[in-house]
Each structure stands twice: as structure tokens, then as C-alpha cells.
Design a protein around this ligand. Structure first.
Ligand code: PLP
Length: 387
């Protein structure tokens, strides 16, 4: 049986990246590594659409989220957290762990925030104390919604706050021009759209954000972005980097650059639209109706199958070798999430939809085999006819 990985991290790794990961180790304090690092730096600036340094940390994405908090703030600082799901909640937890005072704006699962809501909240909070930053996700992976990054960053800036963006499932999926949109902190992780195994986080700070680091007194050592920036000026990292992953990153970014940013965003949008059409044709309801993310589609388990909600991903995995994920916490057993991010193409989507149809039918969901697949194919066919 073949395996198909359609989870929103980790994602599949292309063959040439796997080969790059298997290269002999080079020493990190050599000219060979420095030139690799310099090349990767240039590639990352392209992906982040920034003139700023892009720091590479040896950690999963959460490490960079925490590093941004200890870099920018002081204990007692007030921040606004936009919590559209689990990962928004993570921002609040990190903020509290470092004695910040987060105000958490929540919404119903599957909903997003408007810039007007954020603006309103900032205005209200700003009357009592200055708000240092707005912390949020560009794409909330737990519910499959996208947030209006450009508008939220503009609202933050208008209130003297930094816009700190966890783009771990958005960078390399949708357009996020860091400099042009005035994003102050932009973060991603290796196991999502970068098509690598887990283990690297990348983070860039705007000039305004670097200025804020100068007045931060937070305790930190390993994740000290100022140290990383100093090392980066010599094409080095502060500590021993995950050398193999950086070799892999060079190759994955080469693949992405061969495609162009516009094509990458177009491809993800096409896969997302086909997935959404496919599941809806099966009679399933999208969790994120208004602002669906192009990286992951979250869909509600049909009412009649709720008791078996957790079994659906299990069956898909066991019987068909297709790995998707369900929901977490209060969404456990209630939703299914299919990723279309990174090294994923049309026929991965067709396969996943086919497996899902067979599984749902088997569990008693009424559908005509092929409806979901057909709806996705319609979209792919239209797109390929246009080329
Ligand atoms: C995957 C992910 C993270 C990072 O989680 P790690 O387990 O630390 O890699 C953070 N935010 C979002 C939105 C994610 O999807």
C-alpha cells in the first residue's frame, strides 16, 4: 500500500529535497557552509518578500513564536491576541508564560476577524494602556481559516502596535509581502509549505520590531534574536545549526523559485478550491465558510456520523494509506482536515477525496461514488484548459 500524507504539518518532502538531506555533513564554521547559508539567506528574502535578515532557528515553529515574544517585550506589557483557534491560544499561552498581559479576542470556530473588529478593540484597550502588539495567525491551522494580515497589520500600526504574524501555514501558500504590507514579525516552520522535515523555524523582523528589541529586558539565551542577527552578518548561526535541514532548505527553496511566487500561490489556491468543491459535493459542510485558508480545508463530520467522527481518519489511514487529521479539543471528532500545502498536487487531492468518499459511504453516509472526485476534476479541467 502506498502512503499519502495530507496533514497540515508535517507535509510530504520532494525526492530531490530528500536527496539533499542525505548529503555529507559539512562543518558549520567553514567557507562551504557560509556560502550555502548566504545562498539560503537570499532565497528566504525572496520568499518573505523582505529586505530584512531572515533568521533560521533550530526548533519547530513554536520556538520562533516564543523567541519573538522574548525579543520584543517586557514583563507587564499589554498585547492583543487574536484567537481563531488552537494556534491563537498558543500565542496567549506564550505571552502569559513570559508575564505579558494578553487581551484575547476570540471568535467562533471557523470564523475569522475583520480589521474593523481589531481596530475597535485596539481603540478600546488603548484608552487604558498602550498595546504593544497584535499577535495572530495568517492561517489558523486548527480551523482552516485565513485572517486579513495586511489590514490587521495596518490597524496595529495605526495604534502604535507591532503586527506579529505566525505565518507557519501561510508563507509559501498565499501572498504575504512582508515589507510592502508592513508586517513586523513574520514566522514560518520547515514542516509546512517549505516541504521539509520538522526542525527549522524562520523569522524576520521589521526595522520597527528590531527597534523594540533594544528595550526588551526579557531573560533569554538560546533563542536570542539579536545574537542570531550578529552571527548572520558573518553568514553564521549563533549555535550549531541543523546543517542537514539547511542543505534541504536550499533545495526546497530552489524548487519554489523555479516555480515563481505567483505560480505557487495560484497552485495552492487551485488545490484548495478543488478540495472545497469536492467535499461540498459529497454533502459535507465547510467549517470555514467565509474565509477559508488555502493551506488546509476543515470540513464538518456529517451529523449522522458524529459518533464515528474520530474513526474516519483512522479508517482512511488503515485501509487506504491516506493520512488526514481530525479536530483538536472541542473540535475533536467533529471535523476533518485535509492539507493541500507544500509538495501536493492535483492527484493527491483526487486520491484523498476518493478515499474519503469510500470511507464515508462505508460508514453509511449517503453519496454517489465519484461526486466529490468529479467536482474536483471539473475545477482542475477548467484550469488546465485555460493554460
Ligand atoms: C504547525 C503550526 C505551528 C507550529 O507548531 P510546531 O509544532 O511548533 O511546529 C504554529 N502555528 C501554526 C498556525 C501551525 O500550523
Amino acid at each position: 500500500m502506498k502512503n499519502y500524507l495530507l496533514t497540515p504539518g508535517p507535509t510530504p518532502v520532494p525526492e530531490s529535497v530528500l536527496a539533499a538531506l542525505a548529503q555529507p555533513i559539512v562543518h558549520h564554521r567553514t567557507a562551504t557552509f557560509q556560502s550555502l547559508f548566504q545562498a539560503v539567506q537570499k532565497q528566504l528574502k525572496w520568499l518573505f518578500q523582505t529586505e530584512q535578515d531572515v533568521l533560521i532557528l533550530s526548533s519547530s515553529g513554536t520556538g520562533a513564536m516564543e523567541a519573538s515574544v522574548t525579543a520584543l517585550f517586557n514583563p507587564g506589557d499589554h498585547v492583543l491576541v487574536l484567537q481563531a483557534g488552537k494556534f491563537g491560544e498558543r500565542w496567549a499561552k506564550i505571552a502569559r508564560a513570559h508575564a505579558l498581559v494578553p487581551t484575547v479576542l476570540t471568535c467562533e470556530a471557523g470564523q475569522s476577524f475583520t480589521a474593523a473588529e481589531v481596530e475597535e478593540k485596539l481603540k478600546e484597550l488603548g484608552r487604558v494602556h498602550p498595546i504593544k502588539a497584535v499577535l495572530f495567525q495568517a492561517s489558523e491551522t486548527s480551523t482552516g481559516v485565513r485572517l486579513p494580515v495586511r489590514e490587521i497589520c495596518a490597524a496595529a500600526r495605526a495604534h502604535g502596535a507591532l503586527g506579529v504574524v505566525d505565518a507557519i501555514t501561510a508563507l509559501g501558500v498565499v501572498d504575504l509581502p512582508m515589507d510592502a504590507w508592513g508586517i513586523d514579525v513574520l514566522i514560518t516552520g520547515s514542516q509546512k509549505a517549505l516541504m521539509l522535515p520538522p526542525g527549522l523555524a524562520c523569522i524576520a523582523l521589521s526595522a520597527r520590531a528590531w527597534l523594540a528589541t533594544e528595550s526588551s529586558q526579557m531573560p533569554r539565551f538560546y533563542f536570542d534574536l539579536r545574537e542570531e542577527r550578529k552571527a548572520l552578518s558573518k553568514n553564521q548561526t549563533a549555535w550549531t545549526p541543523a546543517i542537514s535541514l539547511i542543505q534541504g532548505l536550499h533545495e526546497s527553496l530552489r524548487l519554489l523559485q523555479a516555480e515563481s511566487l505567483a505560480e505557487i500561490f495560484g497552485r495552492h489556491n487551485l488545490l484548495a478550491r478543488a478540495t472545497r468543491a469536492g467535499v461540498q459535493a459529497m454533502g459535507l459542510e465547510l467549517l470555514a465558510k467565509d474565509s477559508p485558508s488555502d493551506s488546509v480545508t476543515a470540513v464538518r463530520v456529517p451529523q449522522a456520523l458524529l459518533a464515528m467522527g474520530k474513526k474516519i481518519p483512522e479508517l482512511l489511514h488503515k485501509k487506504y494509506g491516506i493520512t488526514i487529521v481530525g479536530g483538536q479539543d472541542e473540535l475533536e471528532g467533529k471535523i476533518l482536515r485535509l492539507s493541500h500545502m507544500g509538495y501536493c498536487d492535483r492527484f493527491d487531492i483526487v486520491t484523498a477525496l476518493a478515499g474519503l468518499e469510500m470511507t464515508l459511504l462505508e460508514l453509511g453516509h449517503p453519496l454517489k461514488l465519484g461526486v466529490g472526485v468529479g467536482a474536483a476534476l471539473e475545477i482542475f479541467q477548467k484550469a488546465s484548459a485555460r493554460k
